[in-house]
Design a protein around this ligand. Structure first.
Ligand SMILES: Cc1cc2nc3c(=O)[nH]c(=O)nc-3n(C[C@H](O)[C@H](O)[C@H](O)COP(=O)(O)OP(=O)(O)OC[C@H]3O[C@@H](n4cnc5c(N)ncnc54)[C@H](O)[C@@H]3O)c2cc1C
Length: 327
């Protein structure tokens, strides 16, 4: 049995930890936030339930599809829609595909909990920010923001690459450093909005080609919630406005929504959320990256040709676990 620390309780970290624990290893997951699930995120706000990170997910690979089918049978996930409207140059067109888009029934942040399962499981510490790691005789010593340390034979870092580099840079071989530095990221400003009433529209989610917005979803069409809207700004606009405050961003995105949707949607209050590393646009061309007992995983690793999604975060975590188990 090995002791393994996983840094980050997003879907990749939880997937890795679950497999390693199932194989009999002593696993501890350290997560800096108060909750788990990372960018598969949900905020509850005055009766509204809003998925402000990944709004939905798809299932293509065999193992992931089997898992999702089991969760669907248990009622933990379900199909939200089978296609999205498109908005371009003022015109809204209906979906043409029929591919299922899933959501977690209780909010997208429940996905990590479902992945972890309910049986006796690994140790999870939340509010545990890792500030660095050092090699030790038998593995690694991980330091937390509190000054406490944890020792492990192996460490899996599941954070986006800029955050992973902050933790590990002094200990990386040139090839590992180059691989992590090659991955690039797009930011995303999200707007979480309360609506005055249930809008009389026939769409659930819309993909937009617009100078500001790229996505709109009516969150109350997913589950029990007061009328609520999530908007995502496109990568170029998000990058151009990245260092502005959430208070400055909210009215700008609200104005864009008014321009697109007019009086169909009446926003009563809104808050903006910045995802500095929303999605990778240059991916690492393998399911994970390893340097001895230090392993990196996450949705920035290519697993299935689709990339930077819920499914490939999970697949990358499984690949990281499988690499340790195969030794
Ligand atoms: C706006 C947006 C829209 C998206 N749309 C879709 C979509 O439509 N479909 C889809 O499938 N996917 C979508 N995604 C992508 C999906 O959310 C991600 O692919 C997936 O959640 C990534 O999981 P992960 O485990 O790789 O990373 P993360 O979720 O980022 O997990 C990393 C974890 O590490 C933690 N961490 C970081 N540093 C430290 C530290 N020093 N110490 C301790 N913990 C640390 C973080 O807090 C985080 O919980 C979207 C994401 C965003 C942001």
């Amino acid at each position: 049995m090995q002791s393994i620390i996983v840094i980050g309780a997003g879907l990749s970290g939880i997937a890795a930890a679950t497999d390693l624990h199932a194989a009999g290893h002593a696993v501890t997951v350290l997560e800096k936030s108060r909750g788990i699930s990372g960018r598969s995120a949900t905020r509850r706000w005055e009766g509204a339930v809003l998925d402000h990170g990944a709004p939905f997910f798809t299932a293509r690979g065999e193992r992931f599809t089997t898992l999702i089918q089991a969760l669907e049978e248990a009622g933990a996930v379900r199909v939200w829609t089978k296609g999205f409207h498109q908005w371009r140059d003022g015109a809204l067109t209906a979906p043409s595909d029929s591919h299922p888009r899933y959501i977690a029934s209780d909010g997208m942040n429940a996905l990590a909990k479902h992945l972890r399962g309910t049986s006796a499981t690994f140790t999870l510490e939340v509010g545990a920010t890792v500030t660095g790691l050092e090699p030790s005789e038998s593995g690694w010593t991980v330091t937390l923001a509190t000054g406490e340390t944890r020792k492990a034979d192996a460490v899996i870092v599941s954070a986006p690459t800029p955050q992973a580099l902050n933790l590990t840079r002094p200990h990386l071989e040139p090839v590992t450093l180059a691989a992590l530095e090659r991955v690039t990221w797009q930011p995303c400003w999200a707007l979480l909005a309360q609506l005055r009433a249930h809008p009389k529209v026939d769409w659930r989610g819309v993909k937009l080609t617009h100078p500001v917005l790229e996505w709109a979803s009516l969150e109350h069409t997913k589950r029990e919630s007061s009328p609520a809207l999530v908007l995502h700004a496109n990568p170029a606009w998000s990058a151009a406005h990245l260092e502005r405050t959430a208070e400055e961003i909210a009215p700008l995105m609200q104005a864009a929504a008014l321009e697109v949707f007019g009086s169909d949607l009446e926003i009563t209050q809104a808050v903006a959320h910045r995802w500095r590393y929303a999605r990778a646009d240059t991916l690492h061309p393998a399911p994970m990256l390893e340097q001895g007992s230090l392993i990196f995983c996450g949705d920035w690793c290519e697993t299935d040709g689709y990339g930077t999604r819920v499914e490939n975060a999970v697949q990358s975590g499984w690949a990281a676990a499988s690499s340790l188990l195969g030794r």
